[in-house]
Design a protein around this ligand. Sequence first.
Ligand code: C2E
Ligand code: MG
Ligand code: MG
Length: 311
Amino acid sequence: MLAAQESGRVSGDAGLVAEETLDEAGSQPQQNNPLVRRALDPRAGVSTQRRLERDLKTAVREGGLALYYQPRLALASGAIVAAEALLRWPHPRLGLISPATFIPLAERTNLITEIGGIVLRGACLEAVPWLAAAPGATPPIVSVNVAARQITSGTLLGQIAAGLHASGLSPERLELELTESTVLEASLETTLTLAAIRDLGVGIALDDFGIGYASLATLKGLPLTAVKLDRSLIRALPEDREDAAIVQALVATGHALGLTVVAEGIETEVQRAFLAGIGCDEGQGFLFSHPQPASAFATRLMAMAGEAECG
Ligand code: C2E
Ligand code: MG
Ligand code: MG
């Protein structure tokens, strides 16, 4: 088992970059860097785009991607119950690039399936030290975003098995996040894959819920364990009465279906208090923490465990 302080340098084992490189890339994605904007502009010349594609391929093959973790808290107790693994690309020239920018590139170039395997394996390996970091308390689960192509290409189950096997992580401590569009296209193959994932004991959350078209009938037919309310619904809470009413209805719907309801993008104490007041189970957002490298997350867990022991 990896010690907590070693969790940041699992580059050899997990196929992710060493944390020293992350320090050089900065802690937040650099979307405002003019170099990044120019390189990622869809109107950029073919040669610029090709170069970026080549860079991404190199990063994937040579362990040049990193995972950051954002805690998810139980709104009633404030305990950390999960952490979402969020992919980052520390580009040697352009700094830290956000997944919102390079995931579409990965989908266009078919690298997404390979990236999905790296993320699952890396997240499982990096979550193992949290067991030691949260003594006494229930360790948080690790939640991993999954692209539709991982399911349609038939690779997802194998990637999960490989991640669990390499790390020894128990399946109950892993959760996958799928978006509405992934499950809406739910073919028989997708439904069977999701059922097999649940049979393993791995959780399944519906991400960005509430802004797409997932009907209640669709939700009912899927083996979900949680729904994550999209942060665009949380932004104007509680002043926006319509959003407040929608969120309240979605929390009730999630509960009626027996699911854990998580709010994304909580940025203010007023939003937290409103969501806790209407019975939303869990929350995630900048109010609690920005996404951070694995070792920083483990340090925070240890600090919380220490505070709990002291009283
Ligand atoms: P998501 O899964 O919905 O992740 C939540 C996003 O919201 C993250 O952006 C997170 O940094 C951001 N966020 C969290 N709290 C707040 C807040 O309080 N305010 C605001 N404004 N934003 C907040 P990020 O890391 O840029 O990721 C963007 C999207 O990229 C993710 O959305 C997910 O769909 C995708 N993604 C990330 N990692 C992976 C991955 O490993 N595989 C795949 N297929 N997609 C990924
Ligand atoms: Mg997510
Ligand atoms: Mg989301």
